[in-house]
Design a protein around this ligand. Structure first.
Ligand code: HEC
Length: 132
């Protein structure tokens, strides 16, 4: 086996390993729909707006905190601890819709497919402060 083949095999392995660790998509890849964000906005006014202004979740500080983590992390945290006066009270669907609303507040692009509730899918979407 010559060195070129060895080298390309090593490179392939490297790409494969890193490819597995980095989520395939980001919030800039149109991962929610306008309709979903609209539902999320309604949930937000009913269940969150008493304590939060939506601009909080589009602030540089918020994005700094979440950038580099996955959509699952955000969904999981919100559904575990919010609303503060009744944690976990909402339907899972309502929480993921609120995540879509938060994404719209951040001007991430909407697309044709809603965020779904599958953990393995949500873990594939990275939160990123800026587009690539
Ligand atoms: C009764 C008041 C109240 C309600 C209702 C409420 N929250 Fe909160 N929320 C808080 C408080 C207070 C904090 C700060 C707690 C902390 O930082 O530990 C907080 C923190 C958060 C955070 C963490 C902020 C960060 O920087 O990571 C998120 C996200 C959040 N809330 C989302 C929501 C969403 C979404 C809803 C509606 C489903 C909601 N909250 C409803 C009071 C509330």
């Amino acid at each position: 086996m010559n060195m070129t083949i060895l080298f390309s095999q090593a490179l392939f392995l490297l790409v494969a390993v890193f490819g597995m660790q980095t989520p395939a998509r980001s919030v800039w890849d149109a991962v929610y729909t306008e309709v979903q964000a609209k539902r999320g906005e309604e949930t937000f006014s009913k269940s969150c707006a008493a304590c939060h202004d939506s601009s909080e979740f589009a602030s540089p500080a918020f994005m700094k905190q979440w950038s580099g983590r996955t959509v699952f992390d955000l969904f999981d945290e919100i559904s575990a601890v919010m609303p503060m006066d009744a944690p976990g009270k909402l339907e899972k669907q309502a929480y993921i819709d609120v995540v879509a609303f938060i994404f719209r507040c951040n001007s991430f692009p909407a697309g044709e497919t809603e965020l779904d509730l599958k953990e393995e899918n949500l873990r594939q979407i990275r939160i990123e402060a800026k587009g690539r």
